[in-house]
Design a protein. Structure first.
Length: 465
C-alpha cells in the first residue's frame, strides 16, 4: 500500500505495511519488509503483534529488538507445507540458528516442528537447553574443536563433517556406538551475493572438494564407527536467483548416486539455506514456496532418472525465517545539520547492535514509529552512537521531520543482527521481546554495566590503593 499525503508527499510508514487481505496475500513473510502483523494504530504508532512499539520502548527500554512470533511461525509453516505439497518423500526443515540463537527463538521454531542447525558448542548448548530433540540437531562448522566434537557425540546430534581433519579426528575419538554423520561438499556453484556470504564456489573454506569424492566415499564406507546418513551443501546467503538451487539439487543427486556405488547408506540430502529477504522495496526474492518447489521437482526427476529412492530432504534457512520477523526500535537523540551536505540524526545504538551496514554495506529502511502517517519531508543520514565515522545505519533515509525522543524503527533486523552484535565501546547489548496477540515477553535481558565487567579480572597488583 503506497499512500500519498494531500501535499503530494508520500506518507511515512504506510508504504511498508504488509499486504492486507484485499490485496495480494500470497506474499511470503520474506517478501515484506515489516512483520506480517504490522499495522498503524489510532495513535499513529506502529503496532507489531498487537503491541504499540512506543509503549514497548517505555516498558523495556531502548534500543529494543522486537520479534514478531506470528511472522516466524508463518514462515516456518510455509517451508513445511511447501515440502509436503511438492515432495513425495520425507522432509525436515531446520532453522539455521546462527541467524539468531537464543532460548526463546529455538523454542518457537522447535514447537512448530523445525530442527536446528548449530555451528558451535555454544549454539548446540543453546538448542539443547531450549529443549530441542538431538535427533533434530545438525552440527556444522569447518573447524570444530575436539571438545565440540565430544559434546556433539554425547548429545546424539548429527555431525555434518566438513573436512578430512575432522573425519580422522572423529574416527579417533569415536567409541563403540556409531556416530551419525553427514558430509559437507563444495558444489562449485556460483551465486550473486556478497562475497563474504558466498560459500558454494570452489574457492571456499567450507566442505570437501568434489574432486575428492571417490576417496571420501571409499574411506567413509570402511569406517564402522561412522553412520554416514547423508550429504550436505550450502551455496550462500541472501540469494534471489532461482537457478543456483536447482543446479545444486541436480548435482547433489549425482553425488547421492556415486555414494550408493560405494555401498554407503546415504538417505538424506540437505540443500542448505540461502533464500533472500526484502530489506528495501526493490528487493524481490522468490517466495518460500517458489524456492522449495523447483528443488523438490529437480530431486524427484533426477532420482527417478537415476533409479534412486527419494532421499529424506532437508534444508536449513535462517534469514528467510527470522529476518523480517524483527524490527529494532531506537530513540532519536542529537542531530547535526551540515548545510548543503547532509543532516545526521543519531540514535542510541548502531554498529554494535547491527553490524551489517558497516560489514557488508547492507541497506536498511526505517520509519518513525510514533508518526507513521506524517509526510516524508526530510532526507537524513541515521548515525549510531559509536566512536567510528563508519557507524552509519542508513544513508539518505526518507523520514518525516523528527525530534529527540522520537522512536526510529529499523526494519528487517531479525537475521544476523543480535547474533553478530558486540559490546563495542562497552555498550550493553539491547533487550529483546517477543510479541504476539498484544502480549510482549522479554526473551533477552538488556545487559547492565555489571555484565560488561563480569568476565574482567583485575590482578591483585593492579588494584588501586
Ligand atoms: N547453512 C549453512 C551451512 C550456512 O552457512 C548458512 C549461513 C545457512 C545455512 C543459513 O543461511 P540463510 O538461510 O540465513 O541465508 N552474517 C551474514 C550471513 C552469513 C551466513 C552464513 N551462513 C549476514 O549478515 O548477511
Amino acid at each position: 500500500m503506497v499512500s500519498t499525503h494531500p501535499t503530494g508527499v508520500q506518507n511515512s510508514g504506510s508504504k511498508y505495511l504488509p499486504q492486507t487481505s484485499n490485496q495480494n496475500t500470497n506474499l511470503s513473510p520474506n517478501q515484506q519488509i515489516l512483520p506480517i502483523t504490522a499495522r498503524i494504530n489510532s495513535r499513529d504508532s506502529l503496532e507489531i503483534g498487537g503491541c504499540d512499539v512506543t509503549t514497548l520502548v517505555q516498558q523495556f527500554g531502548s534500543p529494543l529488538y522486537i520479534l514478531d512470533e506470528d511472522t516466524l511461525r508463518t514462515a516456518s509453516k510455509q517451508y513445511q507445507e511447501s515440502f509436503k505439497r511438492y515432495y513425495k518423500g520425507e522432509s525436515q526443515v531446520l532453522y539455521a540458528s546462527k541467524a539468531w540463537s537464543c532460548l526463546a527463538v529455538c523454542a518457537i521454531v522447535a514447537s512448530v516442528g523445525l530442527g536446528i542447525d548449530v555451528v558451535s558448542g555454544g549454539e548446540l548448548y543453546t538448542a539443547q537447553t531450549a529443549g530441542v530433540n538431538p535427533d533434530k540437531i545438525y552440527f556444522h562448522g569447518n573447524n570444530k574443536s575436539r571438545e565440540e566434537l565430544n559434546l556433539a557425540i554425547q548429545s546424539g546430534c548429527t555431525i555434518v563433517v566438513d573436512n578430512w581433519y575432522e573425519l580422522h579426528t572423529l574416527v579417533e575419538i569415536a567409541g563403540n556406538k556409531p556416530i551419525r554423520i553427514m558430509l559437507r561438499l563444495t558444489p562449485g556453484i556460483e551465486c550473486h551475493t556478497h562475497e563474504y556470504i558466498r560459500t558454494g564456489h570452489l574457492d571456499s573454506k567450507f566442505g570437501f572438494d568434489p574432486n575428492d569424492l571417490d576417496d571420501l566415499f571409499a574411506f567413509v564406507s570402511k569406517q564402522s564407527v561412522l553412520d554416514c546418513v547423508g550429504l550436505h551443501a550450502h551455496i550462500g546467503s541472501q540469494i534471489f536467483e532461482r537457478q543456483p538451487h536447482r543446479d545444486l539439487a541436480a548435482v547433489m543427486v549425482q553425488w547421492l548416486s556415486k555414494a550408493s556405488g560405494y555401498g554407503l547408506p546415504v538417505r538424506e540430502l540437505n540443500v542448505g539455506g540461502g533464500l533472500g529477504i526484502q530489506y528495501i522495496e526493490s528487493d524481490d526474492p522468490p517466495s518460500i514456496e517458489e524456492w522449495v518447489k523447483p528443488i523438490c521437482e529437480v530431486i524427484e526427476e533426477a532420482c527417478a532418472a537415476a533409479n534412486l529412492p527419494l532421499p529424506k530432504l532437508l534444508c536449513e534457512p535462517g534469514r528467510s525465517l527470522i529476518g523480517t520477523a524483527c524490527v529494532t526500535a531506537y530513540t532519536i537523540g542529537s542531530s547535526k545539520v551540515i548545510p548543503e551536505i547532509r543532516t545526521y540524526i543519531t540514535v542510541d545504538g548502531g554498529m554494535a547492535d547491527n553490524p551489517r551496514p558497516i560489514t557488508y554495506q547492507s541497506v536498511y529502511r526505517a520509519v518513525v514509529g510514533n508518526r507513521m502517517s506524517e509526510p516524508l519531508t526530510e532526507t537524513v543520514t541515521i548515525a549510531g552512537k559509536h566512536c567510528e565515522s563508519g557507524d552509519i545505519l542508513i544513508k539518505n533515509a526518507q523520514l518525516p521531520k523528527t525530534k529527540p525522543g522520537d522512536i526510529l524503527i529499523v526494519m528487517a533486523t531479525g537475521a544476523y543482527n543480535y547474533s553478530m552484535s558486540s559490546n563495542y565501546n562497552r555498550l550493553p547489548r539491547p533487550a529483546a521481546v517477543v510479541v504476539v496477540n498484544g502480549e510482549a515477553n522479554l526473551i533477552l535481558q538488556r545487559e547492565a554495566y555489571q555484565d560488561l565487567i563480569k568476565q574482567d579480572c583485575l590482578p591483585q597488583r593492579l588494584i588501586q590503593k
